[in-house]
Ligand binder design. Sequence first.
Ligand SMILES: *Cc1c(COP(=O)(O)O)cnc(C)c1O
Length: 475
Amino acid sequence: MRYVSTRGGAKPASFSEILLEGLAPDGGLYVPEVWPQVSLGELAAWKKLPYAELAARLLGKFAPEIPQETLLSLTREAYRPDVFCHVREGEDASKIFPARQLEDRLYLLQLSNGPTLAFKDAAMQLLGHLLNWALEEQGKTLTILGATSGDTGSAAIHALRGKERVKVVMLSPAGRMSDFQRAQMYSVMDDNILNIAVKGMFDDCQDLVKKLNADAAFKAKHRLGAVNSINWVRVIAQTAYYISAYLQTVKNIGDPVSFCVPSGNFGNAFAGLVAKFIGVPIGRVIVATNENDVLHRVLQTGRYAPAEAAQVTSSPSMDITKASNFERAVWESAAHDGKLVAEMWARLASEGQIDFAKDYPEVWARLSSLGLCSSTSAHADRLAQIKLAHERWGIFIDPHTADGVKGALDLRAPSETMIILETAQAAKFAPTIREALGIEPPMPDGFESLIALPQKVEMLENDADILKAKIEAFA
Ligand SMILES: *Cc1c(COP(=O)(O)O)cnc(C)c1O
């Protein structure tokens, strides 16, 4: 199986080769040339498998060159019950990602029992093990350079801490994260992790990463890599929990289910579309956005028009302007015509938008037939959904999951089975929970003391040369 760029201009590569890559050299995203298929018979057989085995079978379809035993040993390491251990009251602890029934035909897929209490752990833990394995095979090392506003960085740090062949340099904006987020990132003491608090905003951190990556000599010398949300392994790792959720909730294999996904960069929602492309009977994928609604607008109007700047909201991990992974859905809708996708994104760069409905009606027709729907929400909606979930179902949900609950309740049809993806635990966003309910969300075991742990972080001016010297000394 070969991977190509959505923009058609990169040399086809294998799964192991793109494992270490971010963007393709032509600026596109990697996608498999063809979608492998999973039959209903196979799905029925997968129903009995523990999660790690299901994930290994799925990966095997996308990485046929890696032996199944290798994949299985990596997924078993990644999805250990003692890693995804922050199980809450009333949950089925026998599952790594349990689908909890809320009411008739409505489920919550609990994805945030991992080390950083957010769904990003699900993909990042596997990526960490795969990355280290691939580097061992190739006799290489890698320095992951990333910028984070909180969640992605901490999931990456917790997935890569102690890994022999990987070093991590994570930039975060000084003084702009919650106490909880800071504690989660900066309390990691492993030698291979370097946390840097930059005097500036998240955008400044991202610009520094771009500047260092633009210096080809520096990038090659230190083998700079990334683990951002466009990484293919993160997408396909997420597809596994859609399949698990499907198998946990349907009566008969073949019955359709729909999903509602709190969305920012569209990585999580696209993983659901992948499940559909390979043959899992999925009806709709509802993309639930917050005030940063670029995805909602494109699905309603056919016009993809990123805003100038992101709004700051109470579901901050969805505060984006562009939804990078959307390009993959467009590539699928453009019948895998990379040249056409490259033309569209050139337009986006020059005109600030792509009008699919007007300029690419065939692509728009296909995009409209993928089963994507959308919703948007505001702060007051989040508070209302947190309250509703507590009163009606007796559970605490976080503000991002609340956006998903709104989309699901607003859009579900009477006969539709709907699975809402939980993206974080309420404990991570205590101030919003207090505002909605007037009480504290429960803190999982082991996290009460987190804030008091010693922290290791270096403060740095917003300056690329100073950062280069720091990496020189560290790597
Ligand atoms: C990253 C994140 C999202 C958005 O996921 P995408 O894959 O970027 O669409 C939603 N909620 C939380 C809590 C997140 O950390």
